[in-house]
Design a protein around this ligand. Sequence first.
Ligand code: AMP
Ligand code: ZN
Ligand code: FE
Ligand code: FE
Length: 287
Amino acid sequence: MKVDLHCHSTASDGVFAPADVVARAHACGVGLLALTDHDTLDGLDEARAAAERLGMRFVNGVELSCLWGGATIHVLGYGFDRQAPALCAALEDLRLARWSRAEEIARRLAAKGMPGALEGARAIQHELGDGQNAPGRPHFAEFLLRAGHVRDRSEAFRKWLGAGKLGDVKQHWPSLEQTVATLRAAGAWVSLAHPRHYDFTRSKRRRLVSEFIAAGGQALEVVNGLQPAEQVGSLAILAREFGLLASIGSDFHAPAQWAELGLYRPLPEDLSPLWLRFSDSPPRAVH
Ligand code: AMP
Ligand code: ZN
Ligand code: FE
Ligand code: FE
């Protein structure tokens, strides 16, 4: 059975509504799905209902933004208690933080001769059918493309929105330690998303992994969509060495970008899959 523990809907920066993501995953042969929108649980009820209609297993998921070592890091949480007060409070802070960040991105782009970015990004969200949450960087990228400021999305990230660029506004994110603690307090299984995504040296990446474990993290996302096999291999080595569980997912946002739902490189067979633990409750968080 195919498992996909990483994907996005219009509740954050995906292009399909939560129920449509589930239907598409089902059509792609996925039997166990977690929706992991950025910093919001807004899509989970709709997605779960759709999964139940299709007889698919569904696990609550979220991808939280946080700060570590001067970079924006993503942490995945699964199977948590949605009502946990610490998680609800953290998500409300993130919701507000994403709004002030969106305003700040728009201000910075305007100062560089690209006005109207917030309105433009909001209009794109509305076109996709949702607009409850602040626009994310992919919405800004689409705005920059349509306004003719860049030739394609990848140039939008390379010049303006990617790590270390003007649109990478970090001051609003909580720490990695805080974020993992919040998820653990809500009874989540916690995986470090796409650890090769960051432009870190090997020793800095190892430090990230050991601090993630010290904070209560339990798994590494060893496979993220179609990332190069060499990266899967290096992450598998880290998972073995640190005794971490392994998670996998497509990180699907939209068709014909990155990977399709249920599509990713194979997970090395000796690793322990995180999702086999989902029926257990995670060990108590240590405070
Ligand atoms: P946000 O949560 O608003 O910061 O947006 C994060 C999302 O932006 C990621 O999930 C990716 O979809 C996208 N993204 C981040 N960096 C890049 C990049 N360098 N190229 C393309 N997409 C990116
Ligand atoms: Zn995204
Ligand atoms: Fe991510
Ligand atoms: Fe993601």
